[in-house]
Ligand binder design. Structure first.
Ligand code: AMP
Ligand code: MG
Length: 332
């Protein structure tokens, strides 16, 4: 059984945080809210504890983990080098939803970095996450708290859908405000590279560090399996379309006898039209991101044959949401 401890997201009770920190220090796994999604945390310096993350998630060991620290100062305990670009990015975006890839410190176990020379680090803004890391007194390795390739969790009940009985504890701090995983940037090369889009956009990054190249270089392709195509996927098949797509605008009859859901980004809409379960998300990229995984989890639970999604526009502001949708729809 997984113990669920409710906590106030802004002012978590010290005894709940202490209990969770003790689980981390004894090598166990705790799911906890961050501003992005729920993380599945283990002591990042303990290889046996980190191995349990891979087991619980069914995560391939080739997929490295993000190490979470309580403040910018403690990042120096897990990195070999903290370049000027990282200093500037952290000064502007930490604590917050930005992960920075730099050279690893030798204390970081191989399993965390998938054997590579770099480590991904982040200082989260969520009070529960920061207090947990502080109380544990160790950096916490935490991928999203879901089974590998499945939907990311933005509520405690989403964590339980995939991991109930497989982990010691969930700190239930309610909804995750950003709703999609952190933006990941690699600062080890001569140019800053965006490895995963998130709510911190390329436009925002470029204001701080100048030009940012989108996508991995040859050297880090193997280390960036967040770029594996299939990821963030519900059990129900997903079909992506545009608002010009004939399936959506005229060919609904072809779908009779099938139950399907339709997600769009034009604002809220009624629950159902002609047997189609409609789910309207905001036309504002940040609000839409906040509700994205909740919408996909709830449609996935509705036992539909298909989920159709009308894609939001291909602009930097929507890059994080579009990335998750494209991977959610991928079959392999
Ligand atoms: P998640 O599975 O949601 O925790 O995502 C972790 C993301 O961080 C994945 O996209 C990884 O590829 C990326 N990541 C973690 N460590 C590294 C690293 N050392 N180099 C490049 N990407 C990394
Ligand atoms: Mg994940």
């Amino acid at each position: 059984m997984t113990l669920v401890l409710p906590v106030d997201p802004l002012n978590p009770a010290a005894d709940a945080i202490r209990q969770a920190a003790d689980v981390i220090l004894s090598g166990g796994l705790v799911a906890f809210p961050t501003e992005t999604v729920y993380g599945l945390g283990a002591n990042a310096l303990n290889p046996e504890a980190v191995a349990r993350i891979f087991e619980a998630k069914g995560r391939p060991r080739t997929n490295p983990l993000i190490v979470h620290v309580a403040d910018t100062g403690s990042v120096l305990n897990v990195v070999a080098d903290w370049p000027e670009t990282a200093v500037r990015l952290a000064a502007r975006f930490w604590p917050g939803p930005l992960t920075v890839v730099v050279s690893r410190h030798t204390v970081v176990p191989d399993l965390v970095t998938a054997g590579g020379p770099t480590v991904a680090v982040r200082c989260p803004a969520h009070t529960v996450a920061r207090e947990l890391i502080r109380a544990a007194g160790v950096p916490i390795a935490a991928p999203s708290a879901n089974r590998s390739t499945e939907l990311s969790p933005t509520r405690a009940q989403h964590v339980l859908r995939g991991l109930n009985g497989r982990i010691a504890m969930v700190l239930d701090g309610g909804e995750c405000p950003c709703g999609i995983e952190s933006t990941v940037v690699d600062v080890t090369g001569t140019v800053v590279r965006l490895l995963r889009p998130g709510v911190i956009t390329v436009t925002m990054l470029e204001e701080v560090v100048g030009r940012v190249v989108v996508g991995p270089g040859h050297e880090n392709v193997a280390r960036s399996p967040g770029q594996m195509t299939k990821h963030y996927s519900p059990g129900t098949p997903i079909r992506l379309c545009t608002d010009q797509d004939p399936m959506v605008v005229s060919d609904i009859s072809r779908w009779s006898g099938k139950r399907w859901g339709l997600v769009h980004f034009l604002g809220s809409a009624g629950p159902s039209v002609n047997g189609v379960v409609l789910r309207g998300l905001s036309d504002d990229p940040r609000s839409a991101a906040a509700d994205l995984f909740e919408a996909l989890h709830s449609l996935d639970e509705a036992e539909l044959d298909w989920i159709a999604i009308i894609m939001p526009p291909d602009t930097p502001e929507w890059a994080g949401v579009r990335d998750r949708l494209i991977r959610a729809a991928a079959e392999t």
